[in-house]
Design a protein around this ligand. Structure first.
Ligand code: ACO
Length: 385
C-alpha cells in the first residue's frame, strides 16, 4: 500500500460547494411559490390571503394533493375520508398511553406515525389514500398524548366536523366554539406548505429512494422537530411568558436591546426567504390581537407589539410566522410544547403533496460531499493504537 497522504484541498477551489444548499434549485414543483421581496405566498396558484378568506384546511389538503380546487362533490368525499380515518389502531393508542409522560410531544408524534405503517391495511393502495390516512390520524395522536400524559381518558375522534373542530374536541373533551374552530382552521391553512424547507426536502429525499409515505412523513417530523425549523414558536412563547415571571426581563424593549447588544437572535424574527413582512404573520397578527383580548391575555399582544417596534427601530427586521402563532395557540389554551405538533398536523398536507409529486417524476436524490480526510493509510493493529 502506498504511504498515507493528507488530502490537500483548498476550499476556495470549490466555489460550487454550497453549505446549506441555499439558493440551489433541485426540483420543479406545483405546490407553492414564495416571493420574499414582495411578501407573497401562493399554494398551487392561490394566494395565501385568498385561501385564508375562502377555504378550509380540508380544501387546502385537496389543493396540495391535486394542484387544483375540488368540486363540491370532491370536497365532500375527501372530507368524509379524512373523518373516517381519524381513529388509531389499538397498539398505537397503547404506545401513547404507556410512553414517557414527560416526553417531547414531537418525539411521540414521530414514533406513532412510524408505527401507523404496521397497521395500515391498504399497503399497496393509492398514494392519495396514504396521505389521507396519515393526515387524518396525526391530530388524534397529538390530542391523545396530551390527555394521556395528564392521566386523562383518551377521547375518540368525532366522525363528523372539521379537522380543526375535532382536534380541539379531542384535546379538551368538549366541543369548541365556532370562533375557536375557525381560528384553528386558519392556523392549519397558513402552515400547510412552504416550498423546499428542511422537512419537505427530507420527505422528498426519502420518497426518492422509493420508500413509503409513512417513512417519509416520519423523517419529515424528525426534521421539523429541530429548533431551527419548527421549534421557534415555542421559544417565542417562553420569551413572552418570561416578562410575567422574571422581573429581570420585565421590559420587552430593554430585553430586545440587550439581546441585540449581546448579538443574540430574538426568536420569531427574520426569515431566510422573506425580506419583507411574511404574509402569514400579517394574517396571524390580527388573530393574535383579537384572541388575546378575548381571552384576557392582552398583555401578550402588547408586549409583542413593543418587541416588534423595537426590532424595527434597532434592526429593521420583521416578525415571522412563528412570532404571532405563539400568542394565538397560547390564547387558545394549547400547551406550549404542543405548538410544533400543530405545525406538523398542518404541514403534513404539503409533505404528502410533495411526496406524490416526487413519486410521479422520481429521480434518486443523491448529492455528493467533498472528502477532506486522509487517504491510503496503513492499518494499525488495535494493540498499537
Ligand atoms: N434577531 C436578531 N437579529 C437577527 C434575527 C433575529 N431573529 N434574524 C436575523 N438577524 C440579524 C442577524 O444578526 C444579522 O445581523 P448582522 O448582519 O448585523 O450580523 C442579519 O440579521 C442577517 O441574519 P442571518 O442570520 O444571516 O439571516 P438568515 O437569513 O440566515 O436567518 C433565520 C434566518 C435563521 C430565520 C434567523 O432570522 C433566525 O435565527 N431567526 C430566529 C429564529 C426563528 O424565528 N426561526 C423561525 C423562522 S420561520 C420558520 O421556520 C417557520
Amino acid at each position: 500500500m502506498s504511504e498515507s497522504v493528507k488530502t490537500d484541498i483548498d476550499l476556495n477551489e470549490y466555489p460550487h460547494i454550497n453549505r446549506g444548499l441555499e439558493g440551489i434549485v433541485a426540483f420543479s414543483s406545483n405546490k407553492s411559490s414564495i416571493d420574499g421581496q414582495k411578501g407573497e405566498l401562493i399554494y398551487s396558484g392561490y394566494n395565501i390571503e385568498t385561501l385564508a378568506e375562502n377555504s378550509s384546511f380540508e380544501e387546502v389538503c385537496f389543493l396540495l394533493w391535486n394542484d387544483r380546487l375540488p368540486s363540491q362533490e370532491e370536497l365532500e368525499e375527501v372530507t368524509k375520508k379524512l373523518q373516517q380515518h381519524r381513529s388509531l389502531p389499538d397498539p398505537v393508542k397503547d404506545y401513547i398511553r404507556n410512553t414517557d409522560k414527560e416526553g417531547n410531544p414531537m418525539t411521540v408524534l414521530r414514533s406513532a406515525v412510524s408505527m401507523l405503517e404496521d397497521y395500515y391495511e391498504d399497503q399497496n393502495g393509492e398514494l392519495l389514500d396514504n396521505a389521507i390516512a396519515i393526515a387524518a390520524k396525526m391530530p388524534t395522536i397529538v390530542a391523545a398524548f396530551d390527555r394521556a400524559r395528564k392521566d386523562q381518558e383518551i377521547i375518540e375522534p368525532l366522525t363528523d366536523h372539521s379537522m380543526a373542530h375535532n382536534f380541539l374536541y379531542m384535546l379538551n373533551g368538549e366541543h369548541p366554539g365556532e370562533q375557536a374552530s375557525k381560528t384553528m382552521d386558519l392556523a392549519l391553512i397558513l402552515h400547510a406548505e412552504h416550498g423546499m424547507n428542511a422537512s419537505t426536502f427530507t420527505c422528498r429525499t426519502i420518497c426518492s429512494t422509493e420508500s413509503d409515505m409513512f417513512s417519509a412523513v416520519t423523517g419529515a417530523i424528525g426534521a421539523l422537530k429541530g429548533p431551527l425549523h419548527g421549534g421557534a414558536n415555542q421559544e417565542v412563547m417562553k420569551m413572552l411568558l418570561n416578562f410575567d415571571e422574571d422581573p429581570e426581563h420585565a421590559d420587552p424593549a430593554d430585553f430586545v436591546k440587550s439581546k441585540l447588544e449581546r448579538k443574540e437572535k430574538v426568536m420569531g424574527f427574520g426569515h431566510r426567504v422573506y425580506k419583507v413582512l411574511d404574509p402569514r404573520a400579517v394574517l396571524l397578527r390580527q388573530m393574535a390581537e383579537d384572541l388575546s383580548k378575548e381571552t384576557g391575555h392582552e398583555n401578550l399582544y402588547e408586549w409583542s407589539q413593543t418587541i416588534v417596534q423595537t426590532m424595527h427601530e434597532e434592526k429593521d427586521i420583521d416578525p415571522n410566522v412563528d412570532f404571532y402563532s405563539a400568542t394565538v395557540y397560547y390564547s387558545m389554551g394549547i400547551p406550549i410544547d404542543m405548538f410544533t405538533c400543530i405545525f406538523a398536523m398542518s404541514r403534513v398536507a404539503g409533505w404528502t403533496g410533495h411526496y406524490i409529486e416526487q413519486a410521479e417524476n422520481n429521480r434518486l436524490i443523491r448529492p455528493r460531499a467533498l472528502y477532506m480526510g486522509e487517504k491510503n493509510k496503513a492499518w494499525t493493529s488495535i494493540e498499537e493504537r
